[in-house]
Design a protein around this ligand. Structure first.
Ligand SMILES: [Zn+2]
Length: 140
């Protein structure tokens, strides 16, 4: 299933981002999906929930930004919406000479982490000897 492999790849990349930033969980991921990418939004959302189960993305929101397909005519430079199913005909000169400008996107454009990065002054290294936590006890 097309959407499931996409969802799995998105979950994997978002988890890498979370790890790199020291965040335990991901609140939301944002995808840009073109009208002609062949991805079905509902199937993608369903697959995302499956792929996110048991990961840092469990319960994360999938935000899909849909990009309408647009094309331009080589003859008259008119830009027009292609629609779905796509029609690559210039509505002005009625010729099949259109360049696709947008609509095939499938990109992960944002990962919203549950915890922001630690804010540190750029010219100071964190002290490795700093105590990690207060109030340690044997009865935990
Ligand atoms: Zn034209």
């Amino acid at each position: 299933m097309h959407e499931l492999s996409i969802a799995a790849a998105v979950v994997e990349r978002a988890q890498e981002t979370a790890r790199a930033h020291g965040a335990a969980t991901v609140d939301a991921v944002r995808l840009r999906v073109g009208e002609l990418s062949g991805v079905v939004g509902d199937a993608l959302r369903f697959s995302f929930r499956l792929a996110a189960e048991g990961t840092a993305l469990a319960g994360a929101e999938l935000i899909v930004e849909e990009v309408p397909a647009r094309a331009a005519c080589d003859g008259c430079d008119a830009e027009f919406a292609v629609g779905s199913p796509p029609r690559l005909w210039c509505p002005r000169c009625e010729r099949p000479a259109a360049r696709l400008l947008a609509g095939r996107e499938l990109e992960l454009i944002g990962v919203q982490l549950a915890q922001p990065d630690d804010v540190r002054p750029p010219d100071r290294e964190p002290c490795p000897a700093a105590p990690r936590s207060a109030g340690r006890g044997e009865d935990a």
